[in-house]
Design a protein around this ligand. Structure first.
Ligand SMILES: [Zn+2]
Length: 190
């Protein structure tokens, strides 16, 4: 048998470990950590091929094959997996921190656990990932570059992406500063 015949499946499983990852605050050290899904689902022909490959470990389920993406901390047999990606906002996955090495099953409290979360006055701005936070900062900087009198014309574009209260005088600057600080960049270089 060709050992590479299921390389595409193995690549897909690797990609599942990093797909849809959220930036979370590490519960141990507070640094920016990552929150990953714990399981990947293969269905149809892919599931059949994976089941037949002794090197791809998984759990056969009624409609496919489940891959435990981080079996060292979260097994499919764990009773808590019923809460995985529920619609209630409670999500259980795996939290990994490069800074301190924390690597464990984690109940994500939304949005409290997100790393790029800030409050200016009564308004909260939450970014799901570092890229999302960078996009938000870049949007705020674009708004700042527009003369105040013209800012109302940006309203439609901005309101779709972030709370309009943050565009107000006295809110824009502190928001830019706080977000740049979280990202570890200077607002001038962003
Ligand atoms: Zn940590």
């Amino acid at each position: 048998m060709d050992p590479d015949r299921n390389q595409d499946l193995r690549d897909r499983i690797d990609a599942l470990r990093t797909e849809g990852v959220l930036a979370a605050a590490c519960p141990t050290c507070g640094a920016e950590a990552s929150f990953h899904r714990a399981f990947g689902w293969l269905t149809g022909k892919e599931a059949e091929r994976a089941k037949a490959d002794p090197e791809i470990l998984g759990v056969p389920v009624r409609d496919g094959y489940v891959i435990e993406l981080f079996p060292e901390v979260f097994l499919w047999s764990d009773p808590e997996r019923a809460e995985v990606q529920g619609n209630t906002g409670n999500r259980v996955g795996v939290l990994h921190c490069d800074a301190c090495g924390h690597h464990a099953k984690h109940h994500l409290t939304w949005p409290d656990d997100l790393y790029f979360r800030l409050r200016v006055g009564d308004t909260e701005l939450v970014s799901y990932t570092r890229e999302h936070a960078e996009d938000n900062l870049s949007l705020l900087l674009q708004v700042r570059a527009v003369p105040r009198i013209l800012r109302p014309f940006l309203r439609d574009e901005v309101e779709m992406r972030m709370p309009p209260a943050l565009m107000k005088d006295g809110m824009l600057e502190p928001t830019i500063e706080a977000l740049a600080k979280l990202l570890g960049v200077s607002p001038e270089d962003a």
